[in-house]
Design a binder for this molecule. Sequence first.
Ligand code: ARG
Length: 452
Amino acid sequence: MTDNSSHPAKSYTVSLHYDRRLYKHDVAGSIAHTKMLARRGVITDKDAELIATGLAAIREEIELGEFLWRDDLEDLHMNIEARLHQKIGEAAGKVHTGRSRNDQVATAMRLYTKEVIIKTVASVRALQRALVTQAEANLTTIVPGYTHLQRAQPVLLAHHFLAYFHMLERDAARFQEAHRRADVMPLGSAALAGAAYSLDREWVARELGFSRISENSMDAVSDRDFVLDYQYAAAACMMHLSRFAEELVLWSSEEFGFVRLADQFTTGSSIMPQKRNPDFAELARGKTGRVYGHLVGLLTVLKGLPLTYNRDLQEDKEGFFDTVDTLLATLGVFAPMVGTMIVRADRMLQATEAGYMLATDLADYLVRRGVPFRKAHGVVAELTKYAASKGKTYKQLGLEEYKKFSPDFAAGVMDITEEASLAARDVPGGTAPARVLEQLEAAKTTLEAAGG
Ligand code: ARG
């Protein structure tokens, strides 16, 4: 290798500082390729043994922090190969038979992507479990349900929490689909046209735990769709977490006062001792921006590339790795933050009663007694204005006051309560307690089927 270290712009091409995290995947790919070369008689068993042992020793050096990384060798792949030369001499040159860095890096990236998807899904599941636990603890807690951030209709808090369970369920499915797409083995594609040796690609795929081999060498070395798939799934998941974060910020404010976040997820102010800032939720909301940015960044890197490999493809990594780190860290914060948050059921009920949230139920009551819906709507609007002017909730109005607005109000109107309103929403997917319980059981079954 020429020593380019005096080249003024040399550092521009270096990817070592971030592609180092692919060392395990790179070594695994090289060992599988080497073993296959020996099985096919392309290299001797003795050389294969030397190479495989050398690579395993290098992996250990890296893990022990004893590996001497050299920026002048640009990337992870060249660093490992150069070290192999130092350790075993000439035979090291044979590991690259029928291979190029183009199919090598694509293989390492796919192995890494598959591995982080497994971790990501496990973290999504952990947050889903925290939500199910909170839902179970709040099967009778009533909270205002909102549209336009205006109090709309009472719902069970369990129903609200389970809404996030379902968002995360779709996120998990997107990651699983991304796994299926990443699960394709590129080795054998070589630089772009395929290797000029009789390689057993299927064997290498099995050895590395891939389900299939790529079917077009040109596509295989230039495709990074699988990284995009992860990044899109991550962007959608961060979007869900950001919405949840926004609610936690609102709900933990004194204006709402619906929840109290555990001390470890808030910070005090150095000047205002009464403050408990929801910094973790805010950061989750804020970090969503960079995850979106990395998705758009990679789409933009890829959009102008002619076939096949172009060095631009090296730009697939930093943003992706940051997305992985950001998402895993955010999910890792959310599970305990949700698990430890204190629900202030009294404040939720107070807000529900003060919000005239039974208006729809009162109108429905009149409709059942023969009043056309449009008219019933008008009656309840007038009634609500009146109650508000008197500073009373519906519950605090007497039957005579109701009757002033419509002769169709009778004693039964006094039975219209939050509980009755919930129970009436008895459609599949509705907020009736029996339906929410059904939903909760289904959520638990989903988690059990997913392995806990
Ligand atoms: N560091 C490079 C990357 O990540 C490895 C592949 C380089 N291949 C090449 N033909 N220069 O894309």
